[in-house]
Design a protein around this ligand. Structure first.
Ligand code: NAG
Ligand code: NAG
Length: 223
């Protein structure tokens, strides 16, 4: 019994690569520790696109995606500010995208793009593009990334704040090391054939669950 328990705990902690198509991560508790680490062998990003779907009833600030590098805790980070703005940080510089139609208890597709040549970031909420805003140009996101869902990193892999944690469901997380075209983003939003992320791919995700996060089927309708 003890051995079984130990084996169970070891497998729960071990990183695995899985096709999570049709699945979601459920974050059922508000804590300052629970999270999912997403692993990639890539580093040094001149450009990034991250797309994901989320569902929450949080009215407070909550993190949607947190990538830290040794030199910047906010290497690439998305945060809902608790009112109607999405904050995007890269290399500790940020842009605010205001007056977005982010509803509670609804699945939203959120994509964010940034490239170091122009320094411009853009947000796509359910396929609708935001204003393009400047954050930082001419410097890549350098060094070993630690990517996580559920907690916001104030240091490289730590510094969590329960009041910025995520509670709800997250799915279809992809990351690319280039800026997706508007057509590619539309395909992602519509769940048509799109080019999966070459940094993070939901259909071949290398992840590790820390504490209480469940992998569940995303479909919750009666068929
Ligand atoms: C989580 O919160 C507890 C209680 O407030 C605190 O003692 C602990 O240091 C926090 N842990 C992290 C990882 O922030
Ligand atoms: C989180 O927010 C609650 C309610 O506003 C507050 O009492 C608590 O001190 C905050 N915790 C931290 C770690 O900031």
């Amino acid at each position: 019994m003890r051995l079984l328990l130990l084996v169970g705990m070891l497998t729960a902690c071990a990183a695995i690569t899985q096709d999570l198509s049709g699945k979601m991560f459920t974050f059922p508790l508000e804590t300052n520790t629970t999270h999912v680490k997403l692993r990639t062998t890539k580093q040094d990003f001149n450009a990034v696109t991250v797309c994901q779907r989320s569902f929450t009833d949080l009215k407070r600030i909550h993190v949607l995606f947190s990538l830290a590098v040794p030199t910047f805790a906010n290497g690439f980070m998305l945060l809902w500010d608790g009112s109607d703005e999405l904050e995007f940080y890269t290399q500790n510089k940020f842009a605010v995208f205001a007056k977005l139609d982010y509803k509670l208890n609804t699945w939203h597709s959120i994509c964010i793009t940034w490239d170091s040549a122009s320094g411009l970031a853009q947000m796509w909420l359910d396929g609708l593009p935001s204003v393009r805003k400047f954050t930082i140009s001419g410097s890549k996101i350098r060094g070993a990334p630690i990517i996580m869902l559920g907690q916001e990193q104030d240091s490289h892999g730590g510094g969590f704040d329960i009041n910025q944690s995520f509670v709800g469901m997250l799915s279809d997380v992809h990351m690319w090391d280039y800026v997706l075209s508007a057509c590619e983003i539309q395909k992602y939003v519509d769940e048509r054939n799109f080019t999966p992320g070459n940094v993070l791919n939901w259909a071949a995700l290398d992840y590790q669950i820390i504490e209480k996060v469940m992998v569940e089927n995303k479909a919750m309708v009666c068929t």
